[in-house]
Design a protein around this ligand. Structure first.
Ligand code: PLP
Length: 379
């Protein structure tokens, strides 16, 4: 029997009746652009996150691009980010005219290494003409980056932070008695609603969360052709609005996000208990961090042996990501080479994502662990 990597059909069954009611309202009003569904979703997601504003946009990539533009990033600027991420993180930087400056990861978490950034900043004082202007951390696989340390470093060095929370809907950092959601600690947090995300639409979608009134206003204008009113435009903007139909899908899913994430965390705990200790490493979840387990990722030198065994048993799995960004052909112009970021390179060579979604059963998780164990013992 197949064990699915992700089960969107099971999610759909839970929300279908509510989505249909939302669609009926949209059709009755024929309000296909913006309208009450988008406004309601933005309010509900802002309340969920404890952020002053959420601005719905057309994708996670656009969320990142518009947030970077809104903090003033443009041609000639440099933005520090991780090479261990999806290409969109770097694309958004390049689309503003700026240059991504990669810094290596912490191999224990897979997220940006704060000491490495500090070292880079020290060197950049002498080598970069303008110096970096911002840091773009990614909460990889749903595990919050070291945001408190990053925030301190950014403040000390006069840098802005835009968070790539595209994999981290509902992930948290507990700090000094406060529970802070990923995406609410920097100047802006960017979310993707690509269908497979913990909060996923039935197509493309994204959002920017921010506590800054002026930034929210600027992103609202930029996403909608720089509009002040229907035919008055303050600037050249973009067509980057959140689809009304997608807002109607996201609202009932948001109601269930906490429950679905709690189930992911329970399943992750079972993986941690039942996977073998020898032959593989698990990413650590530092004290105070609560991953939302968008993905459950193991690392092993024998990744390909494990992968073959899982596929033979019809257990779906994936590799996120097989090539770090600095070695992607698209990034060749940035001038990086093999060996520049050894931790990211080693991670790309060893990661394997196991099935993870809220409708996976405990039995299925234990079956996956058993196959992994057997593969390592015999392969
Ligand atoms: C880390 C990361 N950043 C950015 C994005 C881009 O989001 P979207 O596909 O909605 O443009 C994704 C989506 O896969 C992502 O995983």
């Amino acid at each position: 029997m197949t064990i699915k990597f992700l089960d969107l059909a099971a999610q759909n069954r839970e929300i279908m009746a509510q989505v249909e009611r939302g669609f009926e309202e949209i059709h009755a009003k024929t309000s296909y652009i913006g309208g009450p569904q988008v406004a309601a979703f933005e309010n509900e997601f802002a309340n969920f996150l404890g952020a002053r504003h959420v601005v719905g946009v057309s994708s996670g990539t656009d969320a990142l691009r518009l947030a970077l533009l809104a903090i003033g990033i443009g041609p000639g600027d440099e933005v520090i980010t991780t090479p261990m991420t999806f290409i969109a993180t770097a694309e958004a930087i390049v689309q503003t005219g700026a240059r991504p400056a990669f810094v290596d990861i912490d191999p224990n978490t897979g997220n940006l290494s704060v000491p490495e950034i500090a070292r880079y900043l020290e060197r950049a004082r002498f080598t970069s003409p303008n110096g970096p202007r911002a840091i773009l951390p990614v909460h990889l696989y749903g595990l919050p980056a070291a945001m408190i340390e990053l925030r301190d470093l950014a403040q000390a060095c006069d840098l802005k932070i835009v968070e790539d929370a595209c994999q981290a809907h509902g992930a948290r950092i507990n700090y000094q008695g406060q529970s802070l959601f990923a995406g609410t600690i920097g100047a802006a947090g960017c979310f993707s609603f690509y269908p497979g995300k913990n909060l996923g639409a039935w197509g493309e979608g994204g959002a920017v969360a921010t506590n800054d009134d002026a930034m929210a206003e600027q992103i609202r204008t930029l996403r909608d052709h720089g509009r002040l009113s229907h035919y008055a435009h303050s600037a050249y903007g973009y067509n980057a609005r959140l689809d009304t139909i997608q807002a109607a899908v996201l609202r009932p899913k948001l109601e269930r996000l906490e429950e679905w994430n709690a189930q992911r965390r329970r399943l992750a705990a079972i993986y941690r208990e039942t996977l073998p200790q020898d032959g593989l490493t698990l990413l650590s979840e530092p004290a105070g961090s609560e991953s939302c387990y968008h993905l459950f990722v193991i690392r092993s030198d024998r990744r390909d042996v494990i992968r073959t065994a899982l596929l033979r048993e019809e257990i779906e799995c994936g590799i996120h990501y097989p090539v770090p960004l600095h070695l992607q052909p698209a990034c060749r112009g940035l001038g990086y080479q093999h060996g520049d970021f050894p931790h990211a390179e080693a991670m790309a060579d060893s990661v394997l994502s196991l099935p993870m979604h809220p409708f996976l059963s405990e039995r299925e998780v234990m079956s996956v662990s058993k196959v992994v164990k057997h593969a390592l013992a015999t392969g």
